[in-house]
Write a protein that binds this ligand. Sequence first.
Ligand SMILES: Cc1cc2nc3c(=O)[nH]c(=O)nc-3n(C[C@H](O)[C@H](O)[C@H](O)COP(=O)(O)OP(=O)(O)OC[C@H]3O[C@@H](n4cnc5c(N)ncnc54)[C@H](O)[C@@H]3O)c2cc1C
Length: 325
Amino acid sequence: MTQADAARTEDGDLLPRVADVFRKLALNEQWKAQIPTDPVLGPLVWRAARRYVAGETASEALTRIAEINRDGHRATVDFMGESCHDAERAGSEADAFVALSKSLAAAGHDCSVSLDLSHIGLAIDPALALRHARRLAEATVAAGQEMMISMEGSDRADAVLDVHGALCEQFDHVGVTILARLHRTADDLPVLLSRPGRIRLVKGAFLEPETIAFPRGSRELRDAYLRCAGALLDSDHLCSFATHDWDLLGELDRMLTGRPRTGVVPWEFETLLGLGPGRLAVMRAKGHPTREYVVFGTEWWLYVCNRIAEEPERLFRAVADAAGD
Ligand SMILES: Cc1cc2nc3c(=O)[nH]c(=O)nc-3n(C[C@H](O)[C@H](O)[C@H](O)COP(=O)(O)OP(=O)(O)OC[C@H]3O[C@@H](n4cnc5c(N)ncnc54)[C@H](O)[C@@H]3O)c2cc1C
């Protein structure tokens, strides 16, 4: 019996409650600032975080990206941070993204740049986020890189899609992420298919009420994901299937049977650092383009809480990592 099975047996359904705790921790702004800098807890939790985070600096991320490219996968890199409420800081964070794009180009890596718009001003003023995002779009287009916008909680979805729409009037290399969990995605997708730029399909990480979102692990969510995937494939739009779910990966592979895998292949499979190297290797061996999503930066607490909340069994691994096992 695994530790996770024991936890379930001894205390009813413990793991879903662990997941809820971590989702709430992930949203706690005070802990986000305190835990990583705490002299006792910080180094301990950092050891567990290293599985999912390339490092605190861009140069550590570049080293990881080179390894991923050597393994035959594309990469994308995200300088972590979201919900920035300080306009000056939003500007300097945008500068850091522009510098990152230049470093990737100088190193010759096959790597796109991913970001949360709330990291560069969306939570302050969407017009500010658009100004900064435009600067990054100019830098990435000059460097021949894709730029991918993440999707945030449903309360920000309209603002994220509006900024993406404005960028698409000027650029054709800016992609966006859609959440299969959200009911609204069925209406958003046709609009996005009329825009250029890759569409990344994910299940959705945020806590959302069931009035607007399918529950995690539900049949409805699986069906919604596959419906969106089908629409993306039918349209031949550039897309990314970003999931670690073996069931979905198998189903998508079946949907792709018979499609040519040479020349410009519109789809790719994408996983988060530390969660899917085995999955990427399998999909690559089947001839699919693959990409790994590398995160770095000092704001890793929230990110790591979200990863544990998604699969609370990772908590046992995190404890072992922290203990140095
Ligand atoms: C490249 C990339 C970019 C992303 N960008 C965003 C973004 O911009 N915005 C966002 O909100 N999210 C984003 N995410 C996160 C995403 O929304 C999911 O939260 C995350 O990927 C987990 O879902 P999954 O599809 O990988 O599969 P999971 O649902 O985590 O499935 C993985 C494993 O867990 C099992 N499992 C599934 N459900 C249950 C359950 N109820 N109980 C027990 N086991 C279960 C599955 O069978 C499978 O084996 C991104 C993910 C990736 C890979």
